[in-house]
Design a protein around this ligand. Structure first.
Ligand SMILES: Nc1nc2c(ncn2[C@@H]2O[C@H](COP(=O)(O)OP(=O)(O)OP(=O)(O)O)[C@@H](O)[C@H]2O)c(=O)[nH]1
Ligand SMILES: [Mg+2]
Length: 235
C-alpha cells in the first residue's frame, strides 16, 4: 500500500517537473484582483471584452471545472461548485489581474447526461465565434477516465484544431481529482492509460496535467497556470 503511494507520488512529480521550467507567478500573483465579469446564457449575451486573451474549460458535468478554476485563481469561492452535477448553467467570464486585466478565464456548463442540450449549443457557438480564445482545457476525471461522450468531444475539438493548424486555439487535457486514485493499487498505470486514450483520440491535444484542486495539498495548479500564461502569450 505504502509502496503504491510512493510510486504514485513519484509519477505525479515527474509530470510536474515537465511543466515547472518557467513561472506563471506574475500573471496570477494577486488573487484579490480576479473578478467576475459576466454570465452568458445565450449567444446574444456573450460579452465582447475586446482585447484580452481568453481560455476556457470543458468537461463532463461534475468533473471539477469550477473547482479547478477557483484553485487557479487562488480564490476559494469565486466560482460556485457543488456535489450535484449541473451546477454551472451559463458561460461565466472572469478577469485575471487588476483593471484592465491580463486575461479572461471562462467557466462552462458540463456536457453529458447531466448537461443540457442548450448548454452544448451555447458552448459550440462560443467555440465557433470567439476570436480571442487561445486554449481549450478538456477536463477528465482521473478516477473514471474517458467515456464515449468525452471521446466525441475530444475528436470534435481535435478536428477543429487540425483544420486550422492550431492557429485559432490549442487543446490541453487536464486530469482532475488525482487524490481519488492515490490509494488505488494501479494508480500510475491507470493515469498512463488515460493519457494514452487521450493521445489516441486527439493527437493535437497537449499532454494531460494531473491535478487535485479541492483537497489540500493542491496538485498541478502551477502547471495549469503556466499553460494558461503560455497560451495567452504572457509567460
Ligand atoms: N476529491 C476531489 N473532489 C473534487 C476535486 N475537484 C472537484 N471535486 C469535487 O467534485 C464536485 C464537482 O465539482 P465542480 O467544480 O462543481 O464540478 P463542475 O465540473 O464545475 O460541475 P458542473 O458545473 O456541474 O458541470 C464537487 O463536490 C467538488 O468538491 C478534486 O480535485 N478532488
Ligand atoms: Mg461548474
Amino acid at each position: 500500500m505504502l509502496e503504491n503511494l510512493r510510486h504514485t507520488y513519484r509519477a505525479l512529480r515527474t509530470t510536474r517537473r515537465c511543466y515547472s521550467a518557467h513561472s506563471a507567478a506574475s500573471v496570477f500573483s494577486d488573487s484579490r484582483t480576479a473578478e467576475f465579469l459576466a454570465a452568458a446564457v445565450s449567444p446574444a449575451s456573450i460579452p465582447q471584452l475586446h482585447g484580452l486573451p481568453e481560455i476556457t474549460v470543458t468537461g463532463r458535468a461534475n468533473v471539477g471545472k469550477s473547482t479547478l478554476l477557483n484553485a487557479v485563481l487562488g480564490r476559494a469561492k469565486l466560482l460556485n461548485v457543488s456535489k450535484r452535477a449541473g451546477r454551472t448553467q451559463s458561460l461565466n467570464f472572469f478577469r485575471v489581474g487588476a483593471q484592465p486585466g491580463k486575461l479572461v478565464v471562462v467557466d462552462a456548463p458540463g456536457y453529458g447526461a447531466r448537461g443540457r442540450q442548450e448548454w452544448g449549443d451555447l458552448f459550440n457557438h462560443y467555440l465557433r465565434e470567439r476570436k480571442q480564445l487561445r486554449r481549450v482545457f478538456l477536463l477528465f476525471s482521473a478516477k473514471h477516465g474517458l467515456n464515449e461522450v468525452d471521446r466525441a468531444m475530444l475528436r470534435l475539438l481535435n478536428e477543429e484544431c487540425q483544420a486550422t493548424g492550431g492557429t485559432r486555439y490549442t487543446l490541453q487535457a487536464i486530469l482532475t481529482k488525482a487524490d481519488t486514485v492515490l490509494d488505488m493499487k494501479d494508480g500510475p498505470s491507470h493515469i498512463r492509460s488515460i493519457q494514452k486514450d487521450i493521445f489516441d483520440t486527439a493527437p493535437t491535444c497537449l499532454p494531460a496535467i494531473v491535478t487535485t484542486a479541492s483537497k489540500h495539498p493542491h496538485f498541478g495548479i502551477e502547471e495549469v497556470r503556466q499553460s494558461i500564461a503560455d497560451a495567452c502569450g504572457l509567460a
